[in-house]
Design a protein. Structure first.
Lengths: 102, 493
């Protein structure tokens, strides 16, 4: 049985970050874009938790709690703005949001 | 470690600016509901915000005196530090916020969205910026950046019934959150390298592992890209013109000046303290980014007909010049950045105050052609336009000249001749589109129903104040240059 080391977690988090980045670059639905952002922030959390465990420190875990809080705030503001946009425009596709040249 | 958990008088002193801003932000939210809405005098919210800024100014003067007397001091276990750099940038934020508050009332009344939340969010954003400039810890810097960014997403989308404002907000949010994610990833790697969130410890660990270490490279790339978005450096600038055009104009001015200055403050501190030892690997990267930022910003601005969009591209170009100061990475470069940012506050707020006031049939007029014949109708304002545009172009004896002058000197001192040549060339290019605006005012044919300037007391104060300071910094620069000199980070003195 192979031991799971910190570098495995870093590889996992890097892959998760890339999934988020590719999601933002290729998807056009704004809800999916917001989800991709959450994936990126969760990649950060995996990193922080793994480092925190390997360094036997609590700092990383505290940092990750702040990241989770920020992610929640971002989702709240994002959905609020999206609802305002939807009321005015009935659109959640990035391609339909074209009054300003995207 | 127990002593770190006790909140001392020193900690309180260090945090005073952020505490004042948050308290006044909350006070505005409460007085708006219980007092202001009943009387219908919405401008009272602006007065509350200005009282907060006044109190903040007193604290900043105290901090400056303390730094001059006994050097930099820190609180909260070293995670927030008050030094010349932090105080200087806090002064810049306080100036921008005050100017933004002053120009808000008339514009928001005309748009039918004059609410207390707008002022409160401006102060909350400023609290975040204040900690971005004084934070010395990865967690503090990240949370401060997000405090600022989240407030700005709402400020940009504040015109709830305007599709353009909604669109600008959603674009800003997606790209802002994306860049914050990348930045946070870089910060988490830095924590992994060093086992500490304190910037000094991170800097030691980066120096120990060397610039070639893959983890350092990964952290450097992700944090740089995240910050390039925030300062709207090319090729991560595409949000800027859309957001600047769609947002309410006072927000546009505030975003383009204060949020950019705050992101530069964070960037300078992070790159100096944490990546200082690896400067050989990031200086070429930043130099390249600065060059293409100046190129794209200046060339794209030439073809714009919308004033807000034109100023957006010009602000992209200015980000390129400011970045050059960090590329030089010496004392003159950082001093140049400080004086540049200070001058930029006044010239840009002045320009945006004019755009804010420009109206036709009660609707906002934002095209360059709307300025046609302004000199005939109100020569005083046309002279102010000329002052702001000359300063933005960097022509002496206006304030904008000194920032460019010191930054060019700094990169020449480091031997980056090609960069300096291109930077100077683009100053000439930028003169073309700034002069186009002056030309519209003085020799443009006025339309049949010319746009007029709709000014109240607040926007008059902004216009005249910015104009006076733009000229004053240009004519009597010594005092301001000394202040900028004090703001250089200790590591580069």
């Amino acid at each position: 049985m192979m031991e799971v080391t910190t570098s495995h977690y870093v590889v996992l988090s890097t892959l998760l970050l890339l999934v988020g980045v590719v999601g933002i670059l290729t998807r056009r639905n704004i809800l999916v874009l917001l989800m991709s952002v959450e994936l990126m922030l969760n990649a950060v959390n995996i990193n922080l938790a793994a480092f925190s465990a390997s360094l036997q420190q609590v700092h990383g875990q505290v940092f990750s709690i702040f990241v989770i809080t920020v992610a929640a705030a971002e989702a709240a503001v994002g959905l609020g703005i999206l609802i305002a946009l939807f009321r005015n425009k009935q659109a959640i596709h990035a391609d339909e949001i074209d009054l300003l040249r995207w | 470690m127990m002593d770190a958990l006790i909140f001392t008088a020193q900690d309180f002193n260090v945090l005073k600016p952020a505490i004042i801003l948050c308290l006044f932000g909350c006070a505005i939210l409460l007085t708006d509901v219980f007092i202001v809405r009943r009387t219908g005098q919405r401008w009272l919210n602006g007065v509350t915000a200005l009282i907060g800024e006044g109190l903040l100014a007193v604290v900043l003067v105290q901090h400056l005196a303390q730094v001059r007397a006994g050097g930099a001091f820190s609180g909260l276990g070293g995670s927030v530090v008050v030094d010349g750099f932090g105080v200087f940038f806090n002064i810049v934020f306080a100036m921008s916020a005050s100017l933004a508050v002053l120009m808000t009332a008339r514009y928001m009344e005309a748009e039918g969205e004059h609410r207390g939340e707008y002022y409160a969010l401006m102060l909350f954003a400023q609290a975040g910026m204040s900690l971005m400039a004084t934070g010395n810890d990865l967690v503090v810097l990240f949370v401060a950046l997000e405090t600022m960014a989240l407030s700005f997403y709402v400020l940009v989308g504040f015109l709830r019934n305007s599709k353009r404002s909604n669109e600008a907000a959603i674009k800003y949010l997606i790209l802002g959150a994306f860049s914050s994610g990348l930045l946070a990833y870089g910060l988490s790697i830095l924590y992994g390298i060093s086992g500490s969130t304190n910037l000094a410890a991170v800097g030691d660990a980066v120096a120990a592992s060397g610039a070639d270490n893959w983890a350092v490279v990964l952290a450097l790339i992700t944090t740089s890209v995240g910050l390039f978005f925030k300062i709207s450096a090319v090729p991560f600038h595409m949000w800027a013109p859309d957001v600047y055009e769609g947002a309410p104009t006072p927000t546009t001015a505030y975003v383009s000046v204060a949020s950019k200055a705050a992101s530069f403050a964070l960037m300078i501190r992070l790159f100096t303290e944490a990546y200082g030892s690896a400067s050989a690997s990031w200086v070429p990267l930043l130099g390249m980014i600065a060059l293409i930022t100046m190129t794209v910003g200046n060339l794209a601005a030439i073809t714009q007909s919308n004033l807000k969009r034109l100023l957006a591209y010009s602000s992209v170009a200015h980000a390129g010049y400011i970045l050059l100061g960090l590329v030089a990475f010496n004392e003159a470069g950082l001093r140049g950045i400080s004086i540049y940012v200070l001058a930029y506050v006044f010239m840009n707020f002045g320009a945006f105050a004019l755009v804010t006031a420009l109206r036709r049939d009660g609707k906002a007029a934002e095209e360059v052609d709307d300025l046609n014949g302004l000199a005939g109708r109100s020569p005083g304002h046309a002279i102010l336009v000329a002052i702001f545009m000359l300063s933005l172009a960097g022509i002496p004896p206006m304030a904008g000249f000194y920032g460019k002058y010191y930054i060019f000197l700094a990169i020449l001192a480091e031997g980056y001749y090609l960069l300096a040549v291109f930077a100077a060339l683009y100053v000439a290019v930028s003169a073309y589109y700034y002069f186009r605006i002056i030309r519209a005012c003085w020799i443009g044919e006025a339309a049949d129903t010319p746009a007029s300037l709709d000014l109240n007391l607040g926007s008059r104060v902004v216009l005249v104040g910015s104009g006076v300071l733009t000229v004053l910094i240009g004519v009597l620069p010594q005092r301001f240059l000394d202040l900028a000199g004090e703001s250089v980070l200790a590591a580069l003195r």
